[in-house]
Design a protein around this ligand. Structure first.
Ligand code: NAP
Length: 266
Protein backbone atom coordinates (compact mmCIF):
# COMPACT_ATOMS: atom_id res chain seq x y z
CA UNK A 1 0.00 0.00 0.00
CA UNK A 2 2.82 2.38 0.88
CA UNK A 3 4.48 1.76 -2.51
CA UNK A 4 1.27 2.81 -4.22
CA UNK A 5 1.03 6.08 -2.32
CA UNK A 6 4.70 6.88 -3.13
CA UNK A 7 4.22 6.44 -6.87
CA UNK A 8 0.99 8.47 -6.71
CA UNK A 9 2.96 11.22 -4.98
CA UNK A 10 5.63 11.39 -7.69
CA UNK A 11 3.01 11.48 -10.47
CA UNK A 12 1.20 14.26 -8.69
CA UNK A 13 3.94 16.88 -8.70
CA UNK A 14 2.53 20.36 -9.35
CA UNK A 15 4.13 23.67 -10.27
CA UNK A 16 4.19 25.25 -6.82
CA UNK A 17 7.65 26.80 -7.35
CA UNK A 18 7.15 28.29 -10.80
CA UNK A 19 9.94 30.82 -11.46
CA UNK A 20 11.35 30.67 -7.92
CA UNK A 21 15.14 30.65 -7.83
CA UNK A 22 16.33 27.96 -5.43
CA UNK A 23 19.95 27.55 -4.30
CA UNK A 24 20.65 24.11 -2.84
CA UNK A 25 23.96 23.29 -1.16
CA UNK A 26 25.51 19.81 -1.25
CA UNK A 27 23.14 18.89 -4.06
CA UNK A 28 25.13 16.68 -6.41
CA UNK A 29 23.93 13.46 -4.80
CA UNK A 30 21.79 12.00 -2.03
CA UNK A 31 19.12 14.11 -0.36
CA UNK A 32 20.40 17.39 -1.85
CA UNK A 33 20.18 16.07 -5.41
CA UNK A 34 16.65 14.77 -4.79
CA UNK A 35 15.69 18.19 -3.40
CA UNK A 36 17.13 19.96 -6.46
CA UNK A 37 15.25 17.55 -8.74
CA UNK A 38 11.95 18.00 -6.90
CA UNK A 39 12.18 21.80 -6.70
CA UNK A 40 13.07 21.87 -10.41
CA UNK A 41 10.20 19.52 -11.28
CA UNK A 42 7.86 21.95 -9.53
CA UNK A 43 9.04 24.82 -11.76
CA UNK A 44 11.94 26.16 -9.69
CA UNK A 45 15.08 27.59 -11.28
CA UNK A 46 17.84 25.60 -9.66
CA UNK A 47 21.43 26.31 -8.61
CA UNK A 48 23.19 23.10 -7.61
CA UNK A 49 26.53 22.96 -5.83
CA UNK A 50 29.01 20.80 -3.97
CA UNK A 51 32.77 20.77 -3.48
CA UNK A 52 33.68 19.05 -6.75
CA UNK A 53 33.08 20.84 -10.05
CA UNK A 54 32.92 17.49 -11.90
CA UNK A 55 30.09 16.33 -9.63
CA UNK A 56 28.33 19.67 -10.18
CA UNK A 57 28.59 19.28 -13.97
CA UNK A 58 27.24 15.73 -13.77
CA UNK A 59 24.36 16.82 -11.53
CA UNK A 60 23.40 19.66 -13.90
CA UNK A 61 23.33 17.19 -16.83
CA UNK A 62 21.35 14.64 -14.80
CA UNK A 63 18.78 17.27 -13.78
CA UNK A 64 18.41 18.42 -17.38
CA UNK A 65 17.82 14.84 -18.42
CA UNK A 66 15.09 14.64 -15.76
CA UNK A 67 13.37 17.58 -17.47
CA UNK A 68 14.59 20.42 -15.22
CA UNK A 69 14.81 23.28 -17.71
CA UNK A 70 16.48 26.05 -15.74
CA UNK A 71 19.46 24.62 -13.88
CA UNK A 72 23.01 25.78 -13.38
CA UNK A 73 25.72 24.87 -10.92
CA UNK A 74 28.97 25.94 -9.38
CA UNK A 75 31.39 24.36 -6.97
CA UNK A 76 30.91 25.50 -3.39
CA UNK A 77 32.54 24.15 -0.26
CA UNK A 78 30.16 25.69 2.26
CA UNK A 79 33.02 26.30 4.70
CA UNK A 80 34.78 28.59 2.21
CA UNK A 81 33.65 32.23 2.11
CA UNK A 82 34.81 32.84 -1.50
CA UNK A 83 32.86 29.77 -2.62
CA UNK A 84 29.70 30.93 -0.83
CA UNK A 85 30.03 34.37 -2.41
CA UNK A 86 30.42 32.83 -5.88
CA UNK A 87 27.41 30.59 -5.27
CA UNK A 88 25.06 33.51 -4.68
CA UNK A 89 26.70 35.68 -7.38
CA UNK A 90 26.23 32.87 -9.91
CA UNK A 91 22.55 32.66 -9.02
CA UNK A 92 22.07 36.42 -9.33
CA UNK A 93 24.06 36.73 -12.58
CA UNK A 94 22.10 33.92 -14.23
CA UNK A 95 18.60 34.24 -12.81
CA UNK A 96 18.59 37.79 -11.37
CA UNK A 97 17.21 36.84 -7.97
CA UNK A 98 17.19 34.29 -5.16
CA UNK A 99 13.95 33.16 -3.52
CA UNK A 100 14.99 30.07 -1.62
CA UNK A 101 18.08 28.66 0.07
CA UNK A 102 18.24 25.01 1.07
CA UNK A 103 21.20 24.55 3.43
CA UNK A 104 21.88 20.83 3.19
CA UNK A 105 25.62 20.26 3.64
CA UNK A 106 26.91 18.34 6.65
CA UNK A 107 29.89 16.24 7.63
CA UNK A 108 30.69 13.63 10.21
CA UNK A 109 34.44 12.94 10.18
CA UNK A 110 34.48 10.64 13.22
CA UNK A 111 32.25 7.96 14.69
CA UNK A 112 31.87 8.07 18.45
CA UNK A 113 30.00 9.45 21.45
CA UNK A 114 30.29 13.11 22.47
CA UNK A 115 33.30 12.65 24.75
CA UNK A 116 34.99 10.26 22.32
CA UNK A 117 34.94 12.99 19.64
CA UNK A 118 38.29 14.71 19.10
CA UNK A 119 38.37 18.49 19.35
CA UNK A 120 39.44 18.65 15.69
CA UNK A 121 36.41 16.64 14.58
CA UNK A 122 34.12 18.70 16.86
CA UNK A 123 35.36 21.92 15.23
CA UNK A 124 34.95 20.52 11.71
CA UNK A 125 31.43 19.30 12.46
CA UNK A 126 30.35 22.64 13.91
CA UNK A 127 32.12 24.63 11.16
CA UNK A 128 30.28 22.86 8.37
CA UNK A 129 27.00 21.75 9.95
CA UNK A 130 26.24 24.89 11.97
CA UNK A 131 28.57 27.82 11.26
CA UNK A 132 28.32 27.49 7.46
CA UNK A 133 24.50 27.29 7.76
CA UNK A 134 24.51 30.52 9.78
CA UNK A 135 26.91 32.24 7.33
CA UNK A 136 24.91 31.13 4.28
CA UNK A 137 21.75 32.54 5.89
CA UNK A 138 23.44 35.81 6.74
CA UNK A 139 24.88 36.17 3.23
CA UNK A 140 21.69 35.23 1.37
CA UNK A 141 19.48 37.50 3.50
CA UNK A 142 19.89 40.68 1.36
CA UNK A 143 18.85 38.71 -1.74
CA UNK A 144 15.87 37.11 -0.02
CA UNK A 145 14.78 40.55 1.22
CA UNK A 146 14.37 41.48 -2.48
CA UNK A 147 12.27 38.37 -3.12
CA UNK A 148 8.52 38.56 -2.85
CA UNK A 149 8.54 35.96 -0.07
CA UNK A 150 11.90 34.37 0.63
CA UNK A 151 12.51 31.03 2.27
CA UNK A 152 15.39 29.30 4.04
CA UNK A 153 15.27 25.58 4.78
CA UNK A 154 17.84 23.79 6.92
CA UNK A 155 18.42 20.06 6.62
CA UNK A 156 18.90 18.78 10.17
CA UNK A 157 18.45 15.17 11.35
CA UNK A 158 16.24 13.08 13.59
CA UNK A 159 19.50 12.65 15.56
CA UNK A 160 19.04 16.28 16.61
CA UNK A 161 16.07 15.12 18.72
CA UNK A 162 17.30 11.72 19.86
CA UNK A 163 21.10 11.58 19.59
CA UNK A 164 22.57 8.56 17.83
CA UNK A 165 25.02 6.72 20.17
CA UNK A 166 27.88 6.79 17.68
CA UNK A 167 27.14 10.19 16.17
CA UNK A 168 27.48 12.26 19.33
CA UNK A 169 28.86 15.59 18.10
CA UNK A 170 27.01 15.32 14.78
CA UNK A 171 23.71 14.90 16.66
CA UNK A 172 24.44 17.97 18.82
CA UNK A 173 25.20 20.00 15.69
CA UNK A 174 21.84 18.96 14.27
CA UNK A 175 20.07 20.04 17.49
CA UNK A 176 21.74 23.43 17.06
CA UNK A 177 19.97 23.82 13.70
CA UNK A 178 16.59 23.68 15.47
CA UNK A 179 17.73 26.68 17.53
CA UNK A 180 19.07 28.48 14.46
CA UNK A 181 15.72 27.92 12.73
CA UNK A 182 13.79 29.48 15.63
CA UNK A 183 16.14 32.43 16.16
CA UNK A 184 16.46 33.31 12.49
CA UNK A 185 12.74 32.90 11.81
CA UNK A 186 11.94 35.60 14.38
CA UNK A 187 14.71 37.86 13.14
CA UNK A 188 13.58 37.91 9.50
CA UNK A 189 9.84 37.60 9.93
CA UNK A 190 9.31 41.27 8.98
CA UNK A 191 11.45 40.81 5.84
CA UNK A 192 8.84 38.41 4.46
CA UNK A 193 11.33 35.54 4.81
CA UNK A 194 10.29 32.19 6.29
CA UNK A 195 12.82 29.88 7.95
CA UNK A 196 12.03 26.21 8.44
CA UNK A 197 13.84 22.94 8.89
CA UNK A 198 13.46 19.27 8.03
CA UNK A 199 14.71 16.43 10.24
CA UNK A 200 15.18 13.30 8.12
CA UNK A 201 15.34 9.87 9.70
CA UNK A 202 17.65 7.21 8.30
CA UNK A 203 17.59 7.77 4.55
CA UNK A 204 19.32 5.48 2.06
CA UNK A 205 22.35 7.50 0.87
CA UNK A 206 26.12 7.18 0.85
CA UNK A 207 26.27 9.24 4.06
CA UNK A 208 24.27 6.68 6.05
CA UNK A 209 25.53 3.54 4.32
CA UNK A 210 27.28 2.23 7.48
CA UNK A 211 23.81 1.96 9.03
CA UNK A 212 22.44 -0.45 6.43
CA UNK A 213 25.20 -1.96 4.24
CA UNK A 214 25.65 -5.15 6.23
CA UNK A 215 22.62 -7.29 7.08
CA UNK A 216 23.39 -6.97 10.83
CA UNK A 217 23.66 -3.18 10.68
CA UNK A 218 20.47 -2.95 8.65
CA UNK A 219 18.57 -5.17 11.12
CA UNK A 220 19.74 -3.01 14.07
CA UNK A 221 18.78 0.19 12.25
CA UNK A 222 15.36 -1.08 11.18
CA UNK A 223 14.60 -1.97 14.81
CA UNK A 224 14.88 1.74 15.74
CA UNK A 225 12.29 2.76 13.14
CA UNK A 226 8.58 2.23 13.87
CA UNK A 227 7.82 1.99 10.12
CA UNK A 228 10.46 -0.75 9.88
CA UNK A 229 12.10 0.55 6.73
CA UNK A 230 14.67 3.12 5.65
CA UNK A 231 13.53 6.38 4.10
CA UNK A 232 14.00 7.37 0.46
CA UNK A 233 15.58 10.64 -0.66
CA UNK A 234 12.36 11.63 -2.47
CA UNK A 235 10.48 11.42 0.82
CA UNK A 236 12.64 14.26 2.16
CA UNK A 237 12.57 16.23 -1.10
CA UNK A 238 8.75 16.35 -0.97
CA UNK A 239 8.82 17.88 2.51
CA UNK A 240 11.35 20.50 1.41
CA UNK A 241 9.25 21.36 -1.67
CA UNK A 242 6.24 21.87 0.60
CA UNK A 243 8.23 24.14 2.95
CA UNK A 244 9.59 26.15 0.00
CA UNK A 245 6.15 26.58 -1.55
CA UNK A 246 3.25 28.88 -0.75
CA UNK A 247 1.48 25.86 0.74
CA UNK A 248 3.65 26.58 3.79
CA UNK A 249 3.06 30.35 3.67
CA UNK A 250 1.91 30.50 7.31
CA UNK A 251 4.80 28.39 8.62
CA UNK A 252 8.04 29.73 10.01
CA UNK A 253 10.43 28.59 12.73
CA UNK A 254 9.21 24.99 12.44
CA UNK A 255 10.92 21.66 11.97
CA UNK A 256 9.19 18.78 10.20
CA UNK A 257 10.47 15.31 11.06
CA UNK A 258 10.24 12.72 8.29
CA UNK A 259 11.64 9.71 10.06
CA UNK A 260 9.26 6.77 9.86
CA UNK A 261 7.89 7.51 13.33
CA UNK A 262 11.17 7.92 15.22
CA UNK A 263 11.04 10.15 18.30
CA UNK A 264 10.86 13.82 17.35
CA UNK A 265 10.69 15.78 20.61
CA UNK A 266 13.51 17.43 22.51
P1 NAP B 1 25.35 12.22 0.71
O1 NAP B 1 24.47 11.35 -0.08
O2 NAP B 1 26.63 11.67 1.22
O3 NAP B 1 25.65 13.54 -0.16
C1 NAP B 1 26.52 14.47 0.29
C2 NAP B 1 26.56 15.68 -0.65
O4 NAP B 1 27.21 16.72 0.07
C3 NAP B 1 27.37 15.46 -1.90
O5 NAP B 1 26.75 16.16 -2.97
C4 NAP B 1 28.73 16.08 -1.57
O6 NAP B 1 29.38 16.45 -2.78
C5 NAP B 1 28.28 17.27 -0.71
N1 NAP B 1 29.21 17.83 0.27
C6 NAP B 1 29.89 17.19 1.23
N2 NAP B 1 30.62 18.06 1.96
C7 NAP B 1 30.35 19.29 1.46
C8 NAP B 1 30.79 20.61 1.79
N3 NAP B 1 31.66 20.84 2.77
N4 NAP B 1 30.30 21.65 1.05
C9 NAP B 1 29.44 21.44 0.06
N5 NAP B 1 28.99 20.23 -0.30
C10 NAP B 1 29.45 19.17 0.39
O7 NAP B 1 24.61 12.82 2.01
P2 NAP B 1 23.06 12.86 2.39
O8 NAP B 1 22.72 11.64 3.15
O9 NAP B 1 22.25 13.21 1.20
O10 NAP B 1 23.03 14.05 3.46
C11 NAP B 1 22.55 15.33 3.14
C12 NAP B 1 22.05 16.00 4.40
O11 NAP B 1 21.04 15.21 5.02
C13 NAP B 1 23.13 16.24 5.47
O12 NAP B 1 22.89 17.48 6.10
C14 NAP B 1 22.87 15.12 6.46
O13 NAP B 1 23.29 15.44 7.76
C15 NAP B 1 21.35 15.04 6.39
N6 NAP B 1 20.79 13.79 6.87
C16 NAP B 1 21.05 12.62 6.22
C17 NAP B 1 20.47 11.45 6.72
C18 NAP B 1 20.67 10.11 6.06
O14 NAP B 1 20.29 9.10 6.67
N7 NAP B 1 21.25 10.04 4.88
C19 NAP B 1 19.68 11.50 7.87
C20 NAP B 1 19.47 12.70 8.50
C21 NAP B 1 20.01 13.85 7.98
P3 NAP B 1 30.98 16.74 -2.88
O15 NAP B 1 31.67 15.52 -2.39
O16 NAP B 1 31.22 17.05 -4.33
O17 NAP B 1 31.20 17.95 -2.00
Amino acid sequence: MFKRSLSAMSKNIGRRLDGKVCVVTASTEGIGFAIAKRLGSEGGKIVVSSRKQKSVDNAVEALKSHGVKDVIGTSCHVGNSEDRKRLFQTAIETFGRIDCLVSNAAVNPEVGSVTETSEKAWDKIFDINVKAAYLLSKEVKPFLQDSNGGSIIFVSSIGGYQPFDLLGAYSVSKTALFGLTKALALEVVNDNIRVNCVAPGVIETKFSSALYESETAKETTIQMIPMKRLGKVDEIAGVVAFLASDDASYMTGETIAAAGGMLSRL
